[in-house]
Ligand binder design. Structure first.
Ligand code: FES
Length: 154
């Protein structure tokens, strides 16, 4: 991990003014901000760990908890809800053997339920790592999960 963090910090010329982009890159690489990684950022960027935590907890985009490789966010807004989101939520929970709000032990999936993601006409909407999947049905969700399952083992 040390080398990964070192090369990210060097990309920004070890300039502490780039703390936020450095943390963004670390999170992109590791899916979350583990303590060990933050210690290296502190060491290489010469920023106190307290300051790093201040930034990491201020921005909701940062996660200090482990996150899955695939981050699934299922919209629970009204437009999606009336088009079958409760059934899709149950289906994802059953298929991945997890509850919404959790990350699987193998760190493959994080599944969250979220408020309206602003694409109501496409509802039900499932956002996977930032990509919007609209008009979701149970069958479509199944196909998507199978595809992600295969990608993860290749
Ligand atoms: S209600 Fe789901 S995108 Fe708006």
């Amino acid at each position: 991990m040390e080398n990964t963090i070192k090369s990210i910090v060097e990309k920004y010329d070890s300039d502490k003014g780039f703390l936020v982009p450095v943390l963004q890159d670390v999170q992109k690489e590791l899916n979350y901000l583990p303590r060990e990684a933050l210690d290296y950022v502190s060491q290489f960027l010469k920023v106190s760990i307290a300051q790093i935590y201040e930034v990491a907890t201020f921005y909701t985009a940062f996660s200090l908890e482990p996150r899955g490789k695939y981050q699934l966010a299922l919209c629970q807004g009204t437009a999606c809800h009336v088009r079958g989101v409760p059934q899709i939520t149950d289906h994802i929970e059953r298929t991945l053997d997890m509850n919404a709000g959790e990350t699987t032990e193998d760190l493959k999936y994080t599944f969250e339920t979220v408020n309206c993601v602003g694409a109501c006409a496409l509802g039900p909407v499932l956002v996977v790592n930032g990509d919007y999947h609209g008009n979701m049905t149970i069958a479509k969700t199944d196909r998507l999960l199978k595809k992600l399952g295969k990608e993860g083992t290749e």
